[in-house]
Design a protein around this ligand. Structure first.
Ligand code: IMP
Length: 432
């Protein structure tokens, strides 16, 4: 697996943390390439639960190098909070490396995220409120503050002063008041010493590792349908969570990626606002919520639940070039007599077999379902493909065939060991 990308193939929260943790065992380097602490990864290892938002999931293996790539946005307070929490549990975090080109989430980004959501009112995006959007806005407006700016106090102060000219104007308009450039600079410089040992040229580090034949795992956050270009815009995040961004977000070329693993739940969930054709408002949706414990790791918000949308999943396979799927939370579907999967949409009189180009079509899309028989058996004890009931195998097979990809992993419980790793992938042949 020299260069392997792990991405979310839905609206985030697919269980990427668990799959990454599993794959990280065989990796030498684990690198995050986009997003920030809007993400939330829960990893259960030997019954112990770890919740990470910013630090790559691989941090739990002290022998691996963990990278926060240039495409990530970093809230220093969260970063060092997570490191301290890990240290308190005996994990040093010394194996972390941070790109000098990564952007920093500043106090004004947090304020502006909240204020802009309030301003949007009923049209709000339902962001995580972590300042992600405003930070990426500044990156592209070329007024962002980067990790390497911490190494030059004079330049840092000038940059913050420049950025605050416009921010303070906005903050006043939002009735929040103004921020003092000196104070913001001082507070940020307070992190400099703690940052210093971690800062490095992470592109060089990753490329050198690949040159030496080491295995690099690129860890995505969020999911394809939250992609700024291809997701359900404007109800998306402000970065590209698709596999292509693993290259620009870490500084490697596309020729270095060998496999793309897409993680998808056996059903669908979404947090925040925006269209969701297969959303359920009945007792089946409630059962998914309760059995699947569908509450956000980052904001604690209840997730919206619905049937598996194969039109959207097929789209995610295309956007990411997914070579293998990891299907998670299959156990949550146990006990449902019939399972539905969306195989096309209807928009007015038209049948749509592909994810629609036009946002309006997606907003009005009615899912056309294929029904598959359910199973009653608890799957959590299943360790192999053969242990799964026939109906569960048929369900997985259907997903693989419909999306024209291969299923390599099937998760049947939250624990790391509750994952079936298929020796030969199910679907379009070919081993991993
Ligand atoms: P932001 O990324 O905080 O700007 O939020 C934009 C949208 O992406 C909102 O609908 C969030 O709920 C959603 N979002 C951001 N990060 C995640 C995630 O890790 N999982 C699921 N949804 C997310």
């Amino acid at each position: 697996m020299p260069g392997t990308v792990v991405v979310g193939a839905q609206w985030g929260d697919e269980g990427k943390g668990k799959i990454t943790d599993l794959l990280a065992e065989k990796a030498d380097v684990v690198a995050r390439f986009q997003g920030g602490n809007n993400a939330g990864h829960t990893i259960v290892r030997d019954g112990e639960e770890f919740k990470l938002h910013l630090i790559p999931s691989g941090i739990l293996y002290e022998a691996k190098t963990c990278v926060i790539g240039n495409g990530v946005v970093i809230d220093p307070h969260i970063l060092f909070g997570e490191l301290e929490a890990l240290r308190a549990r005996g994990i040093s975090g010394d194996n972390l490396r941070i790109s000098g080109n990564a952007h920093l989430i500043m106090p004004y980004h947090l304020l502006l995220d909240g204020a802009s959501e309030q301003q949007l009112g009923m049209y709000k995006i339902g962001t995580t409120g972590r300042g992600i959007g405003p930070c990426y806005i500044d990156k592209y407006a070329r007024v962002g503050i980067r990790v390497q700016d911490l190494l030059d106090a004079k330049i840092l102060k000038r940059k913050i002063k420049t950025a605050l000219q416009e921010k303070n104007f906005l903050l006043q308009r939002y009735d929040i008041g103004v921020l003092d450039a000196d104070q913001v600079t001082e507070e940020l410089l307070g992190y400099r010493e703690r940052f210093e040992p971690f800062i490095c040229d992470t592109s060089l580090l990753i490329n050198s590792a690949l040159d030496q034949g080491q295995h690099v795992l690129f860890e995505g956050a969020q999911g394809a349908l939250l992609d700024i270009d291809f997701g359900t815009y404007p109800f998306v995040t402000s970065s590209n969570p698709i596999a292509g961004a693993a290259c620009s977000g870490t500084g490697v070329g596309p020729t270095r990626v060998d496999h793309v693993i897409g993680v998808a739940k056996a059903y669908t969930t979404r947090v925040g606002e925006g269209p969701f054709p297969t959303e359920l408002f009945d007792e089946t949706g409630t059962a998914m919520l309760e059995v699947g414990q569908e509450f956000g790791t980052t904001t604690g918000r209840q997730r919206r639940c619905g049937w598996l949308d194969l039109v959207a999943l097929k789209y995610a396979v295309r956007l990411n070039g997914i070579t293998h799927l990891a299907l998670t939370k299959l156990d949550v579907l146990s006990g449902l007599p019939t399972l539905k999967v969306a195989v096309s949409y209807r928009a007015g009189r038209r049948q749509l077999d592909e994810f629609p180009l036009r946002q309006t079509d997606f907003h009005h899309a009615k899912p056309m379902y294929e029904e598959l028989p359910g199973w009653t058996q608890d799957l959590r004890a299943c360790e192999t493909w053969q242990d799964l009931p026939q109906e569960a195998r048929d369900y997985v097979q259907f997903v693989a065939e419909f999306t024209r990809t291969r299923v390599k992993f099937i998760a049947v419980g939250p624990g790391r060991e509750e994952t079936i790793v298929l020796p030969r992938s199910i679907g379009l042949g070919g081993a991993f």
